[in-house]
Design a protein around this ligand. Structure first.
Ligand code: LMR
Length: 330
């Protein structure tokens, strides 16, 4: 009673944060699918380190990379059910909850890194986080992290002109937009989880795929692909999602520090992405095992034209508002 009287002005959160110590920390489980040394892997580890420093070990972020805890197919379900607390999916994977996230797959929508960054900072991007579908499934969007522009690769031939794609089968991440992208090039596609893509390329289940340079590099796809085209035809970016009930249960003083760490890790991810992708492209070129072709602007324009049917079919699903909002940020 005396204690209760003394603590009368304090909140429940303040009291419960005292439960956590360096010996008995609050654990945040963060699952992702890429390699430890990938853009996402490095940014996730940096976030964990910042949380440790800021909270003096009272909060520990356990990072599970390389689909070791959950893969593409199940990480979102695991987040919704609270089995994992934090994920950083490639945003197209969110198509399960809201088809507008496939904005990222619309061919040649983003001009450059600055355009992508302006989008991340915009109200249009925020509107994706505000969708009822997230809250209704007990998840909350916290931040956008970039990776980079995607590039085509194949085992059959170099992919430059639209006709070069005909008859080939490509690994796709998820969703109808990517399927339509390959259809527009008279090619087929199969949704295969990231963790199974190396084997699918090796075994010839698919002929090719599309990746930012850094994913192609850190997953060693260069071991199982012969041709690589710097096409930069679409984006692969991430959004950080947390389990809402879990997040709100973190004592407020500690949550503020974790949020601070996430903001700093986001800045780090933004600085890291372009740099790591440039380094990976140099490495892929230097390997000599993959034939690298850099498309000219004219060649990209021809490809863009061939992919126009994707806009005809999906502008309504993505919403014209979102597409115009993104175009307006150029
Ligand atoms: C993919 O499936 O290609 C991506 O999800 C990989 C990534 O960077 O997360």
């Amino acid at each position: 009673l005396v204690l209760a009287a003394c603590g009368g002005g304090g909140s429940n959160e303040a009291t419960s944060s005292e439960e956590y110590t360096a010996e008995n920390p609050l654990i945040i489980k963060f699952s992702h699918v890429t390699a430890i040394d990938s853009v996402k892997g490095k940014a996730a580890d940096y976030f964990a380190q910042l949380v440790d420093e800021k909270t003096e070990g009272k909060v520990k972020v356990e990072v599970y990379p390389s689909s070791q805890l959950y893969g593409d197919a199940d990480e979102l379900d695991a987040l919704m059910s609270g089995n994992v607390h934090m994920i950083a999916p490639s945003v197209t994977k969110m198509v399960k909850l809201d088809p507008r996230w496939q904005y990222v797959d619309m061919p040649f929508l983003f001009e450059n890194e600055e355009h992508v960054e302006a989008f991340f900072d915009s109200e249009v991007a925020q509107s994706l986080f505000n969708a009822d579908a997230l809250a209704a499934n007990d998840i909350m969007g916290k931040a956008f992290w970039p990776n980079g522009f995607k590039n085509f690769s194949s085992n059959k031939n170099q992919l430059v002109k639209p006709e070069d794609f005909a008859g080939q089968k490509f690994r796709a991440q998820a969703g109808k937009v990517l399927e339509a992208q390959f259809q527009a090039l008279n090619a087929g596609s199969a949704t295969i989880s990231f963790g199974e893509t190396y084997a699918a390329l090796q075994q010839g289940t698919v002929d090719g795929t599309e990746n930012p340079h850094n994913n192609f590099d850190t997953m060693k796809f260069y071991e199982v692909q012969k041709y690589y085209t710097v096409s930069e035809h679409g984006r692969l970016d991430y959004a950080i999602f947390v389990n809402k009930s879990f997040w709100e249960s973190i004592p407020e003083d500690l949550r503020t520090l974790v949020d601070e760490a996430l903001n700093e890790a986001t800045t780090y991810a933004q600085e890291l992405a372009a740099e790591e992708n440039a380094k990976s492209l140099e490495k892929i070129k230097a390997l000599g095992t993959v034939e690298v072709y850099e498309m000219s602007q004219e060649e990209r324009d021809v490809l863009k034209e061939a992919m126009q049917p994707v806009y005809d079919e999906f502008s309504e699903v993505i919403t014209q508002e979102l597409i115009d909002g993104i175009n307006g940020l150029k």
